[in-house]
Design a protein around this ligand. Sequence first.
Ligand SMILES: N[C@@H](CCC(=O)N[C@@H](CS)C(=O)NCC(=O)O)C(=O)O
Length: 130
Amino acid sequence: MLKPFLVVRIPLLLVSSTWLIRNKKMLDFLNPLLGRHPERIKANVEIYTWQTCPFCVRAKMLLWRKGVNYTEYKIDGDEAARNKMAERANGLRTVPQIFINNQHIGGCDDIHRLDSDGQLDTFLAQPVAS
Ligand SMILES: N[C@@H](CCC(=O)N[C@@H](CS)C(=O)NCC(=O)O)C(=O)O
């Protein structure tokens, strides 16, 4: 009973949601309904990640929900890149590490805390200093 439902519905859902996200006009229509306002994002956002890290996925989901077009550094197994990240992140070596306009924000918990405090939108609305 449940199996045919999963086998048919889940791939259909994946294909249709991918199509929706790739279709710019549809995305422009859906964004405000989803509470996403990419036009308000002026900051440069960088995130260091591992592909299998749940905290990274959660942090990226928050950025996606906000409409942020972030730069992702996938540093799985790259110790040199991790050292560079740690240098920028006051010695922190866990992933994710997030930077907004080159300012260190912290990891997944930190960016969610910033959002709960209502400060994340303000950070994201700041243009990169020239
Ligand atoms: N509280 C941290 C947790 C981050 C965390 O523990 N990340 C794991 C990967 S999912 C990690 O970097 N572990 C360090 C290690 O395995 O060396 C956050 O919110 O970002």
